[in-house]
Design a protein around this ligand. Structure first.
Ligand code: COA
Length: 254
């Protein structure tokens, strides 16, 4: 079975992250599938709304850490960076249903969604610094704008997990519901949107995001270059080794 399930019904394309043995962490092959599906959905007039979801217990553990070691993203052509560009440019309404851990790109992709419904078990974290890395997916711009600098610094510098209610408070999610209802609520909102005129929704989303139209692509490049430097550096190597060895990293002197 594929790690990305896709299903189209009544103008709604639903993408489900499905790699349960790896907590829905995302590898290069999955980024490529996701980017292809986003590109296809953007230009397909039959698709009006896109929903992304995980399971009731985990949304995504973020980038596959094994791949950070074996095939780190070193330039803008890396599948992860292509996925981020497709996500940032996606012109139609994008809805997420999030339960359980949403780590790294599992959290930052939500900054690009228009509506986010979270189970009360959702735990968001952006632990880039803890891994010797820096923010990605435009989160240095979007989280700072959405949360305010100080709360973004808690998320991006301290990298500590925050729960659904805190995410509601900073504006990252629209509503907190029981985990068993998150995908139902997202699907219900998607069906409502799918009945509205597409051109009006696309123009509305474009106008809402106009202030980022230039800044976001530039920030993606800037973050990607910094990320590519850091992902090969000693601090990240130590963090990835510590994860694999199930121990705390030792950043002494790094
Ligand atoms: N990449 C690769 N494998 C991962 C992974 C990731 N991002 N996240 C989890 N896994 C693997 C674990 O290594 C483990 O494998 P094992 O069964 O062979 O030991 C398996 O998935 C289950 O993970 P586990 O940590 O035991 O689950 P948990 O429920 O205790 O914790 C998380 C879930 C998501 C909180 C935890 O796995 C985690 O913090 N993952 C790393 C997140 C991260 O730092 N991502 C990168 C962000 S840039």
């Amino acid at each position: 079975m594929s790690d990305i399930l896709s299903h189209t019904e009544s103008g709604v394309l639903t993408l489900t992250l499905h790699r349960p043995d790896r907590k829905n962490s995302i590898n290069a092959a999955m980024y490529t599938v996701l980017a292809d599906l986003l590109e296809g959905a953007a230009s397909d007039p039959a698709i009006r709304v896109l929903v992304v979801q995980g399971s009731e217990t985990v949304f995504s553990a973020g980038n596959d850490i094994g791949e950070f070691i074996e095939s780190p993203p070193l330039d803008q052509e890396a599948p992860v960076f292509r996925f981020m560009r497709c996500l940032a440019a996606f012109p139609k309404p994008l809805i997420a249903a999030v339960c359980g851990p949403a780590v790294g790109i599992g959290a930052t992709m939500l900054l690009h969604c228009d509506l986010v419904y979270a189970g009360d078990n959702a735990a968001f974290s952006m632990p880039f610094v803890n891994l010797g890395l820096c923010p990605e997916a435009g989160s240095s711009l979007l989280a700072t704008r959405m949360f305010g600098h100080h709360r973004a610094a808690e998320a991006l510098l301290l990298g500590e997990p925050f729960m659904a209610e805190a995410a509601l408070e900073v504006g990252l999610v629209n509503r907190v519901v029981p985990p068993s209802e998150a995908s139902t609520v997202a699907a219900m909102q998607a069906r409502k949107l799918a009945q509205k005129p597409l051109s009006a929704m696309v123009e509305t989303k474009r106008l809402m995001k106009l202030e980022f139209a230039q800044a976001l692509p530039q920030r993606l490049v800037e973050e990607g270059e910094a990320f590519a430097r850091l992902v090969q550096a000693p601090a990240a190597r130590e963090a990835f080794a510590a994860f694999a060895e199930k121990r705390r990293p030792d950043f002494t002197g790094l």
